[in-house]
Ligand binder design. Structure first.
Ligand code: ASP
Length: 352
């Protein structure tokens, strides 16, 4: 015959049942949030009425209700600056820091908080250079932490949700804002003040996040990886305009630039004066990459007039593919030291 339970045994059983029902925190995935600054971590300075860096990494995380239910969060404060102050050298340091963090087998992925002004370039730089294949999600905010409805907390929650989702595997680095997931290669900032500030042009979003679920629309676009050189070469970006006399391109060539990216018009064309300035730069062994101000479509060797894409290719210009000029510049900074003067190799990297 069964003996009745003692009070001690009864209490022990109830406690054990609770332990079994509750998900222990250790079983949640670990996500590291690396903070760099930007509006997401800014507040209005009462003295000036303007937004300035103010919020620590820990404060950022504690402002996100429900985060502790989906992941164990660790924070790493990399910097706290407005992203207009970011430099390629800082993205080098960020890339190395993120790879170091991702080496820990317990870490599922990384979320990087970053100002939105240069987030598209920062994400692309890391997409080109990170060794780890784990998910890395860049996130920012269009409204600062003292706004009546800041968008930062929801964006962080979405970013962590994405890192924890198996659907995110293979997307590489993304910029995830206002529920939309953008590939680092395709993303552009397209609005100065609205929360729907980013899109991927005709390439389309990778996916969408709603009520804690990740929906996949697309695979990541093709891309390459390049090692981080000991020193990044000086590469200057110049936008051409109607009536441009080419003086800025010549000036850049005289500034010891190793490369110049020219943001031309249409399918990749410049006027005759700029074509002469490009010849001047090429004669000084400066690598010249031709980009375009147009949002969608490749830079193509179509036009044979002086300064047309086809003529520039004959002169020795590299065609910049279908990424914005600021991203062409980052790719060229990484590619010049690797290519060691191999023109065809450079063109191949820009084609991919
Ligand atoms: N000025 C800010 C930055 O890029 C804009 C933002 O984060 O939304 O740092």
């Amino acid at each position: 015959m069964k003996r009745p339970l003692t009070l001690f045994q009864f209490i022990l059983m109830v406690n054990l049942a609770f332990v079994a029902i509750e998900v222990p925190a250790q079983s949640l995935p670990t996500v590291v949030v690396v903070t760099t600054g930007g509006t997401i971590a800014e507040k209005i300075d009462p003295a000036t009425g303007a937004a300035v860096p103010a919020v620590s990494g820990k404060d950022l995380i504690s402002a996100v209700p429900g985060l502790e239910k989906i992941a164990n969060i660790r924070t790493v404060e990399y910097s706290n600056i407005d992203s207009s102050h970011m430099t390629p050298q800082m993205w080098v340091g960020l890339s190395k820091k993120v790879d170091e963090v991702l080496k820990d087998p317990k870490v599922k992925g990384v979320v990087i908080t970053h100002g939105t002004d240069t987030i598209a370039e920062g994400a692309y730089f890391l997409d080109l250079t990170l060794k780890s294949k784990k998910p890395v999600v860049f996130v920012g905010a269009m409204r600062n932490a003292s706004d009546v409805s800041p968008d930062g907390p929801a964006n962080i929650l979405d970013a962590v949700t994405q890192v924890c989702s198996d659907k995110a595997a293979g997307w590489g680095v993304t910029v995830t804002m206002n529920q939309y997931i953008n590939a680092a290669k395709s993303v552009r900032k397209v609005q100065t003040s609205n929360v729907q500030a980013f899109n991927s042009g005709e390439k389309g979003y990778l996916g969408y996040i709603a009520v804690g679920k990740v929906e996949k629309f697309n695979d990541r676009p093709a891309g390459i990886k390049l090692p981080i050189p000991k020193e990044l070469p000086k590469v200057i970006l110049i936008k051409t305009f109607a009536g441009d006399d080419g003086a800025l391109v010549k000036f850049a060539a005289d500034q010891d630039a190793k490369g110049i990216v020219i943001e031309g018009v249409g399918a990749g064309n410049v006027n005759p004066q700029v074509a002469d300035a490009i010849k001047y730069a090429l004669d000084k062994d400066v690598v010249v990459v031709l980009s375009t101000r147009v949002y969608n479509g490749d830079v193509l060797p179509v036009y044979g007039v002086k300064g047309g894409g086809a003529s520039l290719v004959k002169q020795g210009v590299i065609l910049g593919g279908n990424i914005p000029a600021a991203k062409d510049r980052l790719l060229l900074m990484l590619a010049i030291p690797q290519a060691r003067g191999n023109h065809d190799q450079l063109q191949q990297w820009f084609d991919s």
